[in-house]
Design a protein around this ligand. Structure first.
Ligand code: UDP
Ligand code: MG
Length: 136
């Protein structure tokens, strides 16, 4: 039985700044993801705060929201079978230092905050996050 899903991916400011978006999109294509939706945007700090609301009680919340709104980002809906989990595997661990060889965060991430990519962590959150950027 097929299990086609969509997941939200963000190429974060550190990667856009280094002009890595084509290289990273190529990795998604190579790994069987179809880029169903895509736009390059520069969000406000308010929007970043809404997007990362689940982290509002964390000590890194303010810096995280400052960072995500610090420059252009590329937001995408990626589609394939098991897209949510497969994208998390392709991204690697949150801290690039802990990420496996060959993962996007290992290849491109600079630090735990500048880790180059975001990916939804569940199908439910993927739908919420895709709506956040692409609804209306
Ligand atoms: N983050 C951070 N410091 C931390 C943990 C997380 O700056 O100690 C940032 C990091 O950029 C991460 C984002 O907050 O990607 C969201 O954290 P989460 O735990 O959801 O990690 P992810 O799902 O992105 O792997
Ligand atoms: Mg997360």
């Amino acid at each position: 039985m097929s299990n086609i899903e969509q997941t939200l991916s963000i190429i974060k400011p550190d990667a856009v700044e280094r002009n890595l978006q084509e290289e990273i999109k190529n990795e998604f294509n190579k790994n069987g993801f179809r880029i169903a939706k895509e736009k390059k945007i520069h969000i406000s700090k308010d929007e970043a705060e809404q997007f990362y609301k689940v982290h509002q009680s964390k000590p890194f919340y303010n810096d995280l929201c400052e960072y995500l709104s610090s420059g252009p980002i590329v937001v995408m809906a990626l589609e394939k079978e098991n897209a949510v989990l497969d994208n998390r595997k392709l991204m690697g661990a949150t801290n690039p230092k802990d990420a496996d060889e060959g993962t996007l965060r290992k290849k491109y991430g600079i630090s735990i905050d500048k880790n180059s990519v975001h990916g939804s962590d569940s199908v439910e959150n993927a739908n919420i996050e895709i709506d956040f950027f692409f609804k209306g």
